[in-house]
Ligand binder design. Structure first.
Ligand code: PLP
Length: 455
């Protein structure tokens, strides 16, 4: 392998000017015309957060077809963590796409796939022997992690949690908690999927101080008394829940889940599709609570926007599958692997793990100050560059999805792209690219906080 010099300058990639600038209403006329056309072409099953067509993106800015420059607090749902079209990603993708676009790794091999596997084995928590397999999407990787756990344990049952999100395929929508829009009408669902309550401190009925222990007791009851531990292949958990509302469970809870799994020979699968790859101020969110999952699933931020996903786990689990049992035609595509190596290079060169912590240090005080005394804000939570605001009906903890929707709409009108989440739709989440400059971050936060002050 020849070492390539790290060139992170933007000489080759033209970065949009890092300022918010609006020329039209949002969405503008060019976006509206395209959106109307799209309606006649594409399935209504495809939702849209903001009907704006994007032409170019980079740093913390999205440029739309009307020439507006929007602040990107979404990163395409935690994907462009290193920024869209990050220079190292562009350089490596260009080189790779000009050499080989596809062989199918199951037919003939190539270096990029092995390099990404080595990186994932080295970077995921734990010093045990690890092996990896690559896929194209998060849902596909979660499904394969479950397949591996079942083959390795010869057990059928899978335990998931309240508020969980794992994808839109048959198995992963079954594992997902929220009915509409993910499951409604799409059944019958996959068998042998069980659900324990998640430790959600803000909404725990007896209060946050009882949350960890009571949720652990419920999990143990489900596993030991209802399913039978000897029937349980895997516990699948997001260390910080994504779509479910950026729920950060107490550290003692995740540690307790890991202990329970270990005691009963159950495979602990961390779905780090949204939390992984530097997003939370650690390479993986599991590190914050000191847990070492048996299998870690990655996707979203792994390849800077190209479709790539990984399953990384204990070597003996990963090797329980006979040849041919894992893989896929496109899985671990060489161009996507080249992009992933560009992502790892960028995280390293720009120390983006620290930058995620820095973003929290900048954003959290601004959010908390604006929340202070505001009756609509129930909680500010999250880690690193994965932060959220949960809106409630004043004087209660009742979810206020209409308040979150109003704040989102105000942000969108002013050119700040935010996302809603949460089982009750009452959470606004922030997922900025880690390369977003400070002043852009502050500008976006000012728009967001003044929107909720106006409720
Ligand atoms: C997005 C997501 C998935 C599904 O990933 P896709 O690439 O959309 O299939 C799975 N798990 C979590 C935690 C996610 O956030």
């Amino acid at each position: 392998m020849t070492a390539e010099p790290a060139t992170l300058s933007y000489t080759d990639v033209e970065l949009p000017e890092q300022v918010r600038r609006l020329h039209t209403a949002i969405p503008g006329p060019a976006s509206l015309a395209r959106h109307a056309h799209r309606q006649s072409v594409l399935s209504t099953g495809l939702g849209t957060t903001l009907p704006v067509f994007v032409e170019r993106a980079g740093g913390g800015i999205l440029v739309d077809v009307d020439g507006n420059q929007l602040i990107d607090f979404a990163s395409g749902i935690a994907v462009t963590t290193v920024g869209s079209s990050a220079p190292a990603v562009v350089r490596r993708v260009r080189e790779q796409v000009a050499k080989v676009t596809h062989t199918c790794f199951l037919v003939t091999e190539y270096d990029g796939y092995v390099e990404v596997g080595e990186k994932l084995n080295a970077l995921t928590p734990g010093t045990h022997a690890k092996k990896s397999a690559l896929f194209s999407t998060g849902a596909e990787a979660v499904e394969n992690a479950v397949k591996i756990a079942r083959v390795a344990t010869h057990r059928p049952a899978i335990v998931t949690f309240g508020h969980a999100y794992h994808g839109r395929t048959l198995l992963t929508m079954t594992m997902t908690a929220k009915n509409a829009p993910y499951k409604d009408g799409f059944g019958p669902f996959a068998p042998e999927v069980y659900r324990a309550p998640l430790a959600y401190p803000f909404r725990w009925p007896t209060g946050p101080e009882h949350c960890a222990i009571e949720a652990l007791n419920a999990l143990e009851d489900l596993v030991v008394k209802q399913i039978g531990a000897h029937n349980t292949a895997a516990i699948v958990i997001e260390p910080i829940q994504g779509e479910g509302g950026f729920i950060v469970p107490p550290a003692a809870y995740l540690q307790g889940v890991a202990t329970l799994a270990r005691e009963h020979g159950i495979v602990l699968i961390a779905d780090e599709v949204q939390t992984g790859i530097a997003r939370t101020g650690a390479m993986f969110a599991s590190e914050h609570d000191g847990i070492v999952p048996d299998i870690i699933v990655t996707a979203k931020g792994l390849a800077g926007g190209l479709p790539l996903a990984g399953v990384t786990g204990r070597a003996e689990l990963m090797d329980a599958v006979p040849a041919g049992g894992l893989g896929g035609t496109f899985a671990g595509n060489p161009v996507a692997c080249a992009a992933a190596m560009g992502v790892f290079e960028t995280i390293d060169e720009l120390d983006l793990v620290s930058r995620a912590r820095q973003i929290e240090a900048l954003a959290r005080p601004a959010l908390e100050e604006a929340a202070d005394g505001n009756p609509w804000v129930g909680e500010i939570r999250g880690r690193g560059a994965m932060l959220a605001v949960e809106f409630v009906v004043p004087g209660s903890k009742n979810p206020a999805p209409e308040a979150a929707a109003a704040v989102m709409a105000a942000c969108h009108r002013q050119g700040v792209v935010t996302l809603q989440c949460g089982t009750y739709g009452n959470v606004i989440r922030l997922l900025p690219p880690l390369v977003m400059p400070d002043d852009l971050l502050h500008d976006g936060l000012a728009v967001l906080t003044s929107a909720w002050k106006g409720l």
